[in-house]
Design a protein around this ligand. Structure first.
Ligand SMILES: Nc1nc2c(ncn2[C@@H]2O[C@H](COP(=O)(O)OP(=O)(O)OP(=O)(O)O)[C@@H](O)[C@H]2O)c(=O)[nH]1
Ligand SMILES: [Mg+2]
Length: 436
């Protein structure tokens, strides 16, 4: 997700931080780089222009603070500007209950998967949720939704043979009340924007259901076309929000920056994988932090929270925040990471994670790391700095690993520890440039 922009910005920032002073010249140079990076990531040209102009004006007009490195100050201005572009007044679902959510979007954009993900998300928020297969065009669509719903553990309402759309939706309205559902999610058929017939049917569904939320699902890879798609749907029905699906899949992903600004429809969620757990509330500040290489420990902690028992979470968070993060804790973390699903996805929250990109810790590797840590004395685990050559030999014998492996692992651990230190402060996870 946004890897391209992430890489370009991070190398730009490295250069910027080196400047002793910011001149008009190097600000212009940096802005040119930013412009190229944004365009290459498929951000709308108008949006790119606006962002660059705004950052330029602000940078030139800002008094350089003595306690902050000039490069950092520039980065902060750019950081805040991007967040502002992504932010919306509305950032959650309506509080009305029972809540009816209608999902729409192009063919294959990820509506059905998203319906299930949203149902799971609502369920975790203690809602009584049901799914409606309002995709009458394909019997396979109903089967797909039913399968996903059984993973969620939510009931599915689907049309009976030869049941008309109106009758079906009226029946669902009745039954969902009888079943005391608090959230009802309607999955609809994929629509090609040219297909007037299907758009008409969608409008009909909208009228019959009168949903408080109409969410359009946009595939992140759609790029700039996504903006036109939103506009085409909005002509037919009032959209209340947008879900960016497959955010994990597209290295560019810059459409996110345009869509809210150009269409006014707020992004509420993003899909980050095929599994039904892979849905995240869209948080502009976290996304931008991740982009800038500040990691997203809060998102990670949230993800972990969903998977692991609460007591151990509080403990981990406390340790992350304090500076006593030893190898024991690392081991616990690794084991949790393993439970969280695809490791790459989890690691994408931690840009500073060593070896990110090439790193895949598979089960076998994890077992070896476990063996290494388990062969250490409690003192060594607490303070790995004392592990000298002699100790390494002992650990290597005890764990059946090589000294090279141990070195490699310790190097990685050190990088993680440094990164964690960077993020730990009393007030929470602040950005590096807020510190001296
Ligand atoms: N990697 C990834 N794949 C996703 C995501 N969301 C959906 N998919 C995949 O995208 C494909 C299409 O998803 P569907 O949910 O069937 O899309 P749809 O919009 O319901 O499709 P139609 O009903 O045919 O219009 C499936 O293979 C999903 O697994 C996501 O966030 N990440
Ligand atoms: Mg579908």
């Amino acid at each position: 997700m946004l890897e391209l922009l992430q890489q370009k910005l991070q190398s730009l920032f490295k250069n910027l931080r080196g400047y002793g002073k910011l001149s008009e010249e190097n600000i212009s140079e940096a802005i040119r780089e930013i412009r190229l990076a944004l365009l290459a990531s498929d951000v709308h040209i108008q949006v790119v222009k606006e962002i660059c102009e705004e950052v330029k004006q602000k940078s030139l007009g800002t008094k350089v603070l003595e306690s902050i490195r000039p490069g950092d100050q520039f980065i902060k201005i750019f950081h805040d500007e991007l967040i502002q572009y992504l932010e919306a007044d509305k950032n959650g679902l309506s509080a009305d209950r029972p809540l009816r959510i209608l999902l729409c979007g192009l063919n294959g954009s990820g509506k059905t998967t998203t319906a299930a993900k949203l149902a799971l998300w609502c369920k975790k928020n203690r809602e009584r949720v049901g799914l409606v297969a309002a995709d009458l065009t394909r019997p396979a669509a109903i089967a797909q939704l039913s399968k996903l719903a059984s993973q969620v553990g939510a009931p599915v309402y689907s049309p009976q043979e030869a049941e008309k759309l109106d009758d079906f939706l009226l029946r669902v309205a009745r039954e969902s009340v009888q079943d005391r559902l608090s959230v009802v999610i309607y999955d609809t058929a994929g629509r090609l924007d040219l297909d007037e017939g299907l758009l008409e049917e969608l409008h009909r569904i909208y009228e019959l259901v009168s949903p408080q939320e109409v969410l359009i699902v946009i595939d992140s890879a759609t790029g700039q076309k996504g903006v036109d798609v939103v506009a085409a749907f909005r002509k037919k029905i009032p959209l209340t929000g947008l879900i960016l699906s497959k955010f994990d899949g597209d290295a560019r992903g810059g459409a996110a920056f345009s869509v809210k600004k150009v269409t006014g429809v707020p992004i509420l969620f993003m899909g980050t994988g095929e599994k039904i757990e892979s849905l995240e509330v869209f948080r502009p500040d976290r996304l931008v932090d991740r982009l800038f290489g500040f990691g997203d420990i809060v998102s990670l902690v949230e993800k972990v929270e969903a998977q692991v028992k609460e007591e151990s979470i509080a403990e981990i968070e406390k340790k992350i925040r304090s500076k006593q993060f030893g190898l024991d804790d690392f081991l616990v973390q690794l084991r949790i990471l393993k439970k969280l699903g695809p490791l790459e996805q989890v690691l994408s929250y931690l840009p500073a994670f060593p070896g990110k990109g090439q790193l895949t810790i598979d089960d076998k590797k994890l077992k070896r790391i476990e063996a290494i840590v388990l062969s250490m004395t409690p003192e060594e685990r607490k303070n790995p700095d004392i592990i000298n050559g002699k100790r390494k030999l002992r650990i290597s014998k005890g764990s059946g690993t090589t000294v090279t492996e141990i070195n490699e692992f310790l190097k990685r651990f050190d990088a993680v520890r440094k990164m964690i230190k960077k993020f730990s402060s009393k007030e929470g996870f602040k950005l590096p440039f807020f510190k001296n």
